[in-house]
Design a protein around this ligand. Structure first.
Ligand code: ADP
Ligand code: GLC
Length: 480
């Protein structure tokens, strides 16, 4: 007997290909199609940023909201890129040029608490049946931007009637607001306690979700375990330990319709690693790097402390000394941007500061190895893209990087399962050793060919994870 369809509303601040600053967007954009195969009808609720509004085409008004956190708004429905979308069009909150989270001064927009509280409140209205013709049984909330959903649902009397799942993509971002905003955000003072959403004298949207959602997930099994430690829990490890029984780690997959070397329109397509050669030459040309006998290492990343790229910066003289090259695409921390620009004075190092989706595909295709020395990494997607494109990941042993790469130890090489290089502890010295290992593997063509073959056949799609999410949605769906 076919199981019943479940209606799920996914609530997030970004979604590829409409608006993206990182992996959250990739996951939110890929999940609906992945779970559709299991009988889940997922709609996605997003803020109506200008870059979203302009990509929508035909829209329909689904709900009028005459007053929402200081201005009129409306909810519109649309389908675009195969996604079934509900867009919160609130010009006073979202019609702004530039970064979706940061103002021109590089700091968080001061009204970020209100902006994403509005998104969360509207998700709750949809859950409570305000929309004609469609009601979700489950709300799937992503990160702090949807963290207040369970709290608003509770206030609306919806707890127990609608299931809630919160996915932690990165516990480093708490969505803090000054306590003076309790009233503006429509929250109850009596609920402002350490058991709910009080966090060291502030309102924490993430904590509201962590304490209030029926079930919690994060994006890899190892990160689920790490979250319960003080090193990785970022002050919320106690909450995570408390909710241990409701927490699961479900690995991200990649959208193989978008990230697939056999059909990628940005590259010279290939099915075996031999086809990488043309892409490597093209990439060297594009970055102004000379032809070379060594490996072309790539980095595609936000430049932040999380990503450990300061460690890499210090190891670059060693990499070039061993005959390696580096092509980096990234943006973020001004100090790191400066550091890499300076490093690019070396002829074997080239750096592009900025964000460029198309180029990121060409880098996956043209690189020999992708370097990801993150200090913590909830899942990480670029190592998965690397595997799919036969670009060997060199990664720190943490979070999803630990779960998705099989280290080229002598035993793993002998058994023919190795797919990359892992290093631990996450220090300069250990990264140096890992680079040595990478280069010696590269210099052994037979072993390198085997590694690339193993990498390209490692499953990185959504298959098992889509089933896990579906099981979870079924578990939290209240009985009719
Ligand atoms: P995070 O979400 O922490 O940034 P992930 O590895 O999960 O890390 O996802 C990063 C996503 O953002 C990937 O799709 C990666 O290709 C993309 N990305 C990061 N920086 C850039 C950039 N400068 N240009 C293009 N794509 C980028
Ligand atoms: C976050 C994490 C990253 C993860 C992504 C998608 O941005 O930093 O590790 O892959 O979310 O879940």
């Amino acid at each position: 007997m076919a199981s019943r369809t479940i209606n799920v509303l996914s609530v997030a601040s970004e979604c590829a290909p409409l608006v993206k600053t990182g992996g959250l967007a990739d996951v939110v954009g890929a999940l609906p199609a992945a779970v559709a195969e299991h009988g889940v009808q997922m709609r996605t609720l997003l803020p109506g940023y200008p870059q979203v509004m302009e990509k929508l085409g035909k829209t329909k008004i689904a709900l009028k909201l005459p007053s929402l956190f200081g201005g009129p708004a409306k909810l519109v429905s649309a389908t675009a890129f195969g996604l079934d979308l509900l867009i919160l069009d609130a010009p006073h909150l979202f019609h702004r040029a530039g970064n979706i989270y940061l103002g021109p001064d590089g700091k968080d927009w001061p009204d970020n608490p209100e902006r994403f509280a509005a998104l969360s409140l509207v998700a709750t209205k949809i859950a409570m049946g305000d929309l004609k013709g469609w009601q979700p049984q489950v709300l799937h909330c992503h990160d702090w931007q949807a963290g207040l959903v369970p709290e608003y649902l509770n206030m609306a009397g919806g707890t127990g009637k609608i299931g809630t799942v919160l996915t932690i993509h990165n516990i480093a971002f708490h969505g803090l607001a000054d306590v003076a905003k309790l009233k503006t955000l429509g929250l109850k003072k009596a609920r402002y306690t350490p058991d709910t959403f009080e966090f060291w004298g502030k309102i924490s949207a993430l904590k509201a979700g962590l304490t209030g959602a029926d079930r919690l997930t994060t994006v890899s099994p190892t990160y689920a375990t790490e979250l319960m430690t003080d090193h990785f829990g970022m002050g919320l490890d106690g909450v995570m330990r408390h909710r241990r029984g409701d927490l699961s780690g479900i690995l991200n997959g990649i959208d193989e319709a978008v990230w697939n070397p056999a059909i990628d329109p940005e590259i010279t397509p290939y099915k075996t690693a031999a086809g990488k050669a043309a892409n490597k030459s093209a990439l060297q040309k594009e970055f102004g790097l000379p032809k070379s006998d060594g490996p072309l290492c790539v980095v595609v990343s936000r430049l932040t402390d999380q990503k450990g790229l300061d460690l890499l910066l210090d190891c670059l003289p060693h990499l070039t000394h061993l005959g390696g090259q580096l092509a980096l695409l990234g943006s973020g921390d001004p100090g790191l941007e400066q550091g890499f620009k300076k490093a690019a004075e070396h002829p074997q190092i080239a750096v592009k500061i900025g964000y460029d989706e198309a180029l990121s595909h060409r880098m996956m295709a043209g690189g020999d190895a992708i370097l990801i020395p993150s200090r913590f990494e909830p899942c990480g997607l670029t190592q998965l893209y690397g595997l799919k494109y036969g670009t060997i990941p060199l990664v720190a042993l943490t979070g999803g990087l630990a779960d998705t790469v099989i280290n080229a130890s002598p035993a793993a090489l002998a058994t023919g399962v190795a797919t990359g290089v892992q290093f631990n502890p996450i220090t300069h010295d250990s990264l140096i050793t890992a680079l040595d290992r990478l280069i010696s593997l590269y210099n052994d063509p037979k072993t390198w060919a085997q590694l690339r073959k193993n990498a390209m056949k490692q499953p990185v799609g959504w298959g098992p994870s889509a089933s896990s999410y579906t099981d979870l949605y079924r578990d939290v769906t209240p009985p009719v």
